[in-house]
Ligand binder design. Structure first.
Ligand code: HGY
Ligand code: MN
Ligand code: MN
Length: 415
C-alpha cells in the first residue's frame, strides 16, 4: 500500500455544510430528519447527491434496487474500485448523521482529492445503499443484502410497505429503478464511516472507533390470535387477550436478553387488528429485533424467545406465531482493512480504540463477499434513531480524514 500524503485533510466546513444542507430533505420540527426510503424526501436527497457527484466528475450508475454507485477513474482501471459510502435514508425519528455522515464524507473525500489533483492508482466508487434502515420495508440493509445475494432482486421488489406499496412501485415512483444489474459492481474493498450510535467513544474520550465486529441480528414478524369480546361483560378469567399476551412476551424478551448478557431485544412495532376501547384485543401483530455479537447466543435467543412465547400462549389459551424473516450472522471485519483504518487513525494522531458495532450496517453485508471495514466517530450521549441525534463538526471531520487516508492507503496514489 502506498503511503498517503499524510498532511492532506478534508474541508471540514464543506462537509459540515453538506450535512446540514441535506438535513433539510425531511427536516422535522424537533430538528431531526424523517426521510423514509424511496419516499419523496429520499428522492430529493438522491437527486441532490447525484448532482453533487456529477459535479465532482463522478460517473453515477443506479442498479435495479436504486443502489447508487458514483465512479472516479483511477490510473489502473483493470482493478475494481475501492468503495466508500453508506446510506441516505433515515428512521421515522431519524437524525442528521446516521448514514448521511458516511455518504457525504465519501463525497468530501472525492472533492478533496479533486482539489489536490490527486489521481489514485485504483478507481474509487462512492455508494449510497438503498433502504439501510429497514423501517418502511424489511429487512434492514436491504439494498446491500440483495447486492451480496442474501435475497433475490425479485423477492425484494415484491416486498410491500404498510400501505401495500411494493419496492418496485416505490422505486418507479421516484425514478430510481436503474438498469445496472444488482451485484454487478465489483469492489477491491469497502470502507464505511458511521456515527457509533452508542456511548463508548464519547465516554472514553476517543475520537475514532476502529470497528472489528458487528452484532448478528434476528428479525421476527409475530402474530397473536386471541378472541375479541366485550371489555365490560367478559369475566377476567374467560379472556383471551392478545395485547396482554404481547405485554408478557415483551417483558420475557427483555428478561431473556438481560439474563444472556451480550444480547439485546426489542419489540418495536405492535398493531391491534381492530382497536376499540371497549373490545378486548383479539389479534395483534408485532415485530421482534434481537441481537448478539455471538452466534451461539443468537441461537439461544431464538430458542428461549420461542419457548417463552409458547408458554405464555398456552397459559392464556391464545395462538402465537413467530416468523423469522431475517437472520444476519455476526460480522468479523477484514483484518487487513481494519488495520488500515487503525494505521490511518494513528498516523493522523486521533485517539482511537477497537470496537464492536451494536447496529447493523451495509458494510456488514458487503464483508460477507469482499473485504470491508468501518470507522466510527462519537455521537452525543450515544443517542441515535432519535431526532436529538447529534455529533460535533470536529469529530465528523476526523472521521472523514481517517476515511480519506484509509482509502488512499488502499487505493494507492498514482505515481
Ligand atoms: O437496524 C440497524 O442496526 C440499522 O440502524 N439499520
Ligand atoms: Mn445507519
Ligand atoms: Mn440507522
Amino acid at each position: 500500500m502506498t503511503k498517503p500524503a499524510s498532511n492532506l485533510q478534508i474541508d471540514s466546513s464543506r462537509l459540515w455544510d453538506t450535512i446540514h444542507t441535506t438535513a433539510q430533505f425531511g427536516a422535522t420540527p424537533k430538528g431531526g430528519v424523517r426521510r423514509l426510503t424511496l419516499g419523496p424526501e429520499d428522492k430529493q436527497v438522491r437527486d441532490w447527491f447525484r448532482t453533487a457527484c456529477e459535479k465532482a466528475g463522478l460517473e453515477v450508475q443506479i442498479d435495479g434496487l436504486g443502489n447508487m454507485f458514483a465512479l472516479r477513474k483511477g490510473r489502473d482501471m483493470s482493478k475494481p474500485p475501492i468503495g466508500l459510502g453508506s446510506h441516505l435514508d433515515t428512521q421515522p425519528t431519524g437524525g442528521k448523521f446516521d448514514g448521511v455522515l458516511g455518504t457525504l464524507a465519501a463525497l468530501e473525500v472525492i472533492r478533496t482529492l479533486n482539489d489536490a489533483g490527486i489521481e489514485t492508482e485504483l478507481p474509487l466508487c462512492v455508494t449510497n445503499w438503498t433502504n439501510e434502515e429497514g423501517s418502511r420495508y424489511a429487512p434492514a440493509m436491504m439494498g446491500s443484502a440483495a447486492f451480496v445475494g442474501d435475497f433475490t432482486v425479485d423477492d425484494i421488489l415484491g416486498r410491500e410497505d404498510a400501505a401495500g406499496i411494493s419496492v418496485a412501485q416505490a422505486l418507479d415512483d421516484i425514478g430510481y429503478r436503474g438498469d445496472k444489474p444488482v451485484g454487478a459492481q465489483k469492489f477491491s474493498g469497502f470502507i464505511e464511516l458511521h456515527i457509533e450510535q452508542g456511548p463508548i467513544l464519547e465516554a472514553e474520550g476517543k475520537t475514532i472507533g476502529v470497528v472489528e465486529h458487528g452484532q448478528g441480528v434476528l428479525w421476527y414478524d409475530g402474530k397473536i390470535t386471541g378472541f375479541e369480546s366485550h371489555a365490560g361483560s367478559t369475566p377476567m378469567k374467560h379472556r383471551r387477550d392478545a395485547l396482554a399476551t404481547l405485554s408478557e412476551i415483551v417483558l420475557a424478551i427483555e428478561t431473556i436478553a438481560t439474563e444472556l448478557g451480550n444480547a439485546v431485544g426489542t419489540v418495536g412495532e405492535a398493531v391491534i387488528a381492530a382497536p376499540s376501547r371497549n373490545v378486548i384485543p383479539g389479534e395483534v401483530t408485532f415485530t421482534i429485533d434481537t441481537r448478539s455479537a455471538d452466534a451461539g447466543i443468537l441461537d439461544q435467543l431464538d430458542q428461549r424467545i420461542r419457548a417463552a412465547a409458547a408458554g405464555i400462549a398456552a397459559k392464556r389459551k391464545v395462538e402465537v406465531a413467530l416468523d423469522l424473516v431475517w437472520r444476519k450472522e455476526p460480522t468479523h471485519f477484514d483484518t487487513t482493512l481494519v488495520g488500515a483504518v487503525e494505521n490511518a487513525a494513528n498516523a493522523l494522531g486521533y485517539q482511537n480504540r477497537r470496537i464492536t458495532s451494536g447496529a447493523g450496517h451495509d458494510a456488514c453485508n458487503l464483508n460477507t463477499r469482499l473485504p470491508a471495514a468501518m470507522i466510527f466517530v462519537p455521537c452525543k450521549d450515544g443517542v441515535s434513531h432519535n431526532e436529538l441525534e447529534d455529533a460535533t463538526q470536529s469529530d465528523c471531520a476526523a472521521g472523514a480524514n481517517v476515511l480519506l487516508h484509509t482509502v488512499l492507503s488502499l487505493a494507492g496514489v498514482a505515481k
